[in-house]
Design a protein around this ligand. Sequence first.
Ligand SMILES: Cc1cc2nc3c(=O)[nH]c(=O)nc-3n(C[C@H](O)[C@H](O)[C@H](O)COP(=O)(O)OP(=O)(O)OC[C@H]3O[C@@H](n4cnc5c(N)ncnc54)[C@H](O)[C@@H]3O)c2cc1C
Length: 409
Amino acid sequence: MTEAATDRHVVIVGASLAGTRTAQGLRAQGHTGPITLVGAEAELPYDRPPLSKKLLQGEWSESSVDGIRLATRAELEELGIELRLGTAAADLDPQARLVRLADGTTVRYDVLVIATGAAARPSPWLPESGVHQLRTLDDARAIAARLALGEPVVVVGGGFIGTEIAAAASGRGCAVTVVDPVPEPMARLVGPEIAGSLVELHRRNGVQTRFGVGVVGIEGKAGDLTVELDSGERLAASTAVVGIGSVPSTGWLAGSGLKLDNGVVTDRFLRAIGFDDVYAVGDVARWPHPGHGTDVRAEHWTNAGDQARYVATAVTQGAAAGYEPTDYVWSDQYDWKVNAFGRRDPAGHSVVVGDLQADGRVAVVHADASGAACGAVTVNWIRALNQARRLLAAGASAEDVVEAIRQLP
Ligand SMILES: Cc1cc2nc3c(=O)[nH]c(=O)nc-3n(C[C@H](O)[C@H](O)[C@H](O)COP(=O)(O)OP(=O)(O)OC[C@H]3O[C@@H](n4cnc5c(N)ncnc54)[C@H](O)[C@@H]3O)c2cc1C
């Protein structure tokens, strides 16, 4: 059981999805004490998924940027949330309950919520210019300006973000090549049953792939880059976008005594190990996942919002039960809507329902070793996904989920 009170000073470090939703959630739960939201970016909080989707797909406009804000300044003021934007937290003294900011000031807390998320894993290739990465609004602005030129783009990394950027770039008329050292990178995203169709979709849209091939170096400058592959091939590009994963933003916590291991390690209540008044939420948190039986750090939008709501409730009302994740993620690839939830059990099996080529939609239902449903991936079939989620929550077998999806119109 976690301690509860509604009048403590809650300091939230990280003013993006998890941080903003924690602040809003605290007020929604009746928190009356002061709330301070500290953010390294000067921008008002915004949503990241549209950065690799609609913001890159069309002409860049600052009015579409307004549409992805998580809150307006007025809304946050009305909630009595003190904003400290454009100032990173520099270090933490949990014994004194003090956060020191990069501007030299300190903020004292009763409860600290760490929501510093993750940053793009730095590109090991740094030519004079022309290499981009995507994590922030400014990154997206810079990439959008390059895509608008319609010149050749090499995307390094065939994960969700890399493939979404490839789809957007080809839609803007750029010749695109995606490079990934893994032979079937898209299988990591959607599973081996659908990966081939996803690669086909990219090819149909003019995107070339070099899978199972690594990048040795990138040389030149914006407009005139050469991407050298370990196969010996040299790809000419105007722009390179490197999407090779992300790393949790925990540098400011070094020396704090918090347990850091690929994120801030927490207990099942999302409290930093050994510090009952310090929570971690969102992409930075690594917590014991009840379904996986191991510590997990998720980099998914739904998880960040759910953890924020959980901690807001834990701080104000207390929590008797640990955090239960939804494990849901989606991706937009051209006109395909890919949705996945739950997990694939290596000891279990998966069943395919539907045919992407014939019906334009498909569902893959995962069973664990006992035959119980443990997850699903769907393409263009949200009803199947919702059906599977409902039945999985009720403890149905994978066989029953498959049968129920087959009955859908
Ligand atoms: C381009 C892109 C597309 C995505 N698309 C999808 C998608 O389709 N589906 C999906 O499920 N997920 C998607 N995600 C992932 C999703 O956006 C993240 O899971 C979510 O943003 C996590 O929120 P967060 O608040 O935990 O962390 P973040 O969004 O990383 O925010 C952390 C904030 O903390 C700030 N910060 C860092 N260090 C400090 C410090 N020392 N002091 C103060 N502030 C600090 C950072 O500047 C940042 O603003 C996408 C992510 C990206 C980048």
